[in-house]
Design a protein around this ligand. Structure first.
Ligand code: CA
Length: 233
């Protein structure tokens, strides 16, 4: 006896309550399992914890905007993303920016059209029982498991705060290159972040305590005087 395949899981991130309600209702009626979030940061967290099969993502969101959510998700997942944009400048902005979204629809949209696009994207994406496998990445004694969002050092899981994890991932993806604090802020914290470059220094200090053989004499995350930081690997 075989188990029937699980219903595809769709995450809807939308702050307009009536629209969120209507989307969730229609998706459930089509047999999808539905997760909802009304803020960008909540959507990001749900996406990472629940591994949905598809994400409907509004652009203008409180917390973290949809474009930034999409950019952050694209660092470690290939989940299909459909952006929901308002009429006016947004759709052009989404189309013009390399957000990594697979598709976008302009509000107001027809529910049937949206459902058809969802079906099409789900058909095209990888079968769900082969999770878009987030390979583990190894660097020295560090092993990154992007699927589980965890890092182990010598087989021992490291306790990393979300930003420490993202910063470490950023370094890992760009070994041997010098980045200024501003570039790191922009890549890891996003354009809207209000804090200053000191934030990077503080997080680097914390990271060094977790990944360096001797945090006082860092050999992995090196300070490049007058420039910024360099990840040696
Ligand atoms: Ca909105």
């Amino acid at each position: 006896m075989t188990t029937p395949p699980a219903a595809p899981k769709v995450l809807v991130v939308e702050d307009e309550e009536p629209l969120l309600f209507s989307l969730a209702h229609n998706l459930r009626r089509e047999g999808y399992t539905v997760l909802t979030a009304a803020r960008g940061d909540d959507g990001l967290r749900l996406a990472r914890e629940q591994h949905p099969d598809l994400i409907l993502l509004d652009v203008m969101l409180p917390g973290v905007d949809g474009i930034q959510v999409c950019r952050l998700l694209r660092r470690n997942t290939t989940v299909p993303i459909i952006m929901l944009t308002a009429l006016g400048g947004e759709s052009a902005r989404v189309a013009g920016l390399d957000t990594g979204a697979d598709d976008y629809v302009t509000k107001p949209f027809g529910m049937r059209e949206l459902l058809a696009r969802i079906r099409a994207l789900l058909r095209r994406s990888a079968p769900r029982d082969e999770p878009a496998a987030a390979p583990s990445v190894v660097s020295g004694d560090l092993r990154f498991d992007q699927q589980r969002r965890s890092v182990a050092r010598d087989g021992q899981p490291l306790k990393l705060k979300p930003k420490e994890y993202e910063l470490l991932l950023f370094f890992l993806e760009h070994p041997g290159r010098v980045f200024t604090r501003e570039q790191i802020l922009d890549a890891v914290w996003g354009d809207d972040f209000e804090g200053g470059a000191r934030t990077v220094d503080v997080h680097v200090r914390w990271l060094r305590q977790k990944v360096e053989p001797d945090a006082a004499n860092p050999v992995r995350i090196r300070t490049v005087r007058g420039s910024g930081y360099l990840f040696e690997g």
